[in-house]
Design a protein around this ligand. Structure first.
Ligand code: BGC
Length: 452
């Protein structure tokens, strides 16, 4: 059976990680601009001011995308490039930039997938309380509706949020991402609640603003646990490990169900309601109805998971990984089976067409004397993960697309420019882009899989 005929084969990026031009075209500051200018926040005191300079090089970048053989490209819009103050006045230059990017993609036969929010929150709105302010729901709604009004004549696919787990968990609970503060759990749950309300309000407004029928999705992340064996007990234990609510800790935002049950099933998970009851905001029926808007697809950014077996009473137990088990350059476990079980568990629970909106690896890439980058580890990573993903398709899981993270090496948030996730190498001195061996491998892979 394999991948469907009209499968979306793509690569992904985000605005803050590649665009640069942080003060050009009327763009307003966002929390990552401010955070990265602090002396101790980003490794080696780097900033995202220039990043990959994609803002100036986007035409060449689209040609490069075409040469990679992808039929789809997932990128995000910088909110403060469109609305410098988050709300109110629109920057015509910002509007034009994305319009030209979209035209360029389409004329090169590449389907744009727009993510509305990939963490670069307008600083002006942060100063008004950001996600803690109940008005944040309307701010995001207006921004989302504007983007759809502007581009839905040409763009069909829109994603509301990228990884709410991360921008709330890392940004406001652990304080290691922008804005770099540590708030009490009470505030964290309030923010999460507002983000999901903002998602729902945006979905309604986007459908109203659309010039043609559009498809809307959502892209959270998780550690996609998978069973040690195919026994029903281990499968159930892995499912529980994925969807049970985590205990209250710094990791509490890394829940698969907390962020998706309300949005797709219209209710918070019962176990979480009990575990977090002292910290929750008021949750009304009206809020839940707002969050729970019909979606066209569901996406997950999946990089790894834990192998789980069933304990004596059926409880999930993580299998100890051998000390020589493979890891990426960032020390993340390499666990290809998460790309079979993740899609399977999510489609069983949420019953929506499924995409992998990000998957990939940081590897120790060097530009060799031959002018090439021989990233065999990445090729091995991708081929084993994609084998598992294809196996999910073979077993009838409704998967629609795969977006490799990332198109090119870019600003890896608090890690700066050290980790290289791209299938295209970025030479940050010259801004030259050099396709790595994995780029040729991926191109060939897409060709083979699209033939059938
Ligand atoms: C994020 C990307 C990030 C990647 C690798 C995801 O968490 O959406 O922005 O660069 O993983 O860390």
């Amino acid at each position: 059976m394999g991948f469907k005929k009209d499968f979306a084969w793509g690569v992904a990026t985000s605005s803050q990680q590649i665009e640069g031009a942080y003060l050009e075209g009327g763009k307003g500051l966002n929390i990552w601009d401010v955070f990265s200018h602090e002396p101790t926040r980003i490794k080696d005191r780097k900033t995202s001011d220039v990043a990959c300079d994609h803002y100036h090089l986007f035409r060449e970048d689209v040609k490069l995308l075409r040469s990679l053989g992808v039929n789809s490209y997932r990128f995000s819009i910088s909110w403060s490039r469109i609305f410098p103050n988050g709300v109110g006045e629109v920057s015509e230059d910002g509007v034009r930039f994305y319009s030209e990017l979209i035209d360029e993609l389409i004329s090169n036969g590449i389907e744009p997938y727009i993510t509305l929010f990939h963490w670069d929150y307008p600083y002006a709105l942060y100063k008004k309380g950001g996600w803690l302010n109940d008005e944040s729901v309307d701010w995001f709604k207006s921004y989302a509706a504007k983007v759809v009004e502007l581009y839905s004549d040409r763009v069909t696919y829109f994603i509301t949020f990228n990884e709410p787990q991360c921008f709330i968990g890392h940004g406001y609970l652990r304080g290691i991402h922008a804005p770099g503060i540590k708030l009490p759990y009470k505030d964290i749950f309030q923010m999460a609640h507002n983000v999901m309300k903002a998602h729902g309000a945006a979905v309604i407004a986007m459908r109203e603003a659309a010039k043609r029928p559009i498809k809307i999705g959502y892209a959270p992340t998780c550690s996609a646990h998978y069973p040690a064996t195919d026994s029903p007990e281990d499968i159930e234990a892995a499912r529980r490990a994925l969807f049970d609510s985590p205990k209250l800790s710094e990791q509490v935002m890394w829940s698969a169900s907390w962020w998706s049950d309300p949005v797709i099933l219209g209710k918070y998970p019962e176990d979480g309601l009990e575990l977090y009851k002292d910290y929750l905001p008021e949750i009304t029926e009206e809020d839940l109805r707002l969050m729970n808007q019909p979606l066209d697809f569901y996406a997950q950014n999946i990089y790894n998971g834990k192998e789980i077996k069933s304990g004596e009473n059926g409880e999930p137990v993580a299998v100890k990984r051998p000390s020589d088990a493979p890891v990426t350059a960032l020390g993340w476990s390499v666990t290809p089976r998460c790309l079979y079980w993740g899609p399977r568990f999510f489609t069983e629970r949420y019953r929506l067409p499924f995409y992998i909106s990000e998957n990939g690896a940081a590897t120790n890439d060097v530009l060799g004397a031959d002018g090439k980058v021989h990233d065999e580890d990445r090729i091995k990573f991708l081929s084993t993960y994609l084998d598992e993903f294809e196996r999910a398709a073979d077993d009838g899981v409704d998967i629609r697309g795969y977006f490799l993270w990332s198109f090119m090496d870019n600003f890896e948030w608090a890690e700066g420019y050290g980790p290289r996730f791209g299938i295209v190498y970025t030479d940050y001195e010259t801004m030259r882009r050099i396709p790595k061996d994995s780029a040729y491998w991926y191109k060939n892979y897409i060709e083979q899989k699209s033939k059938k």
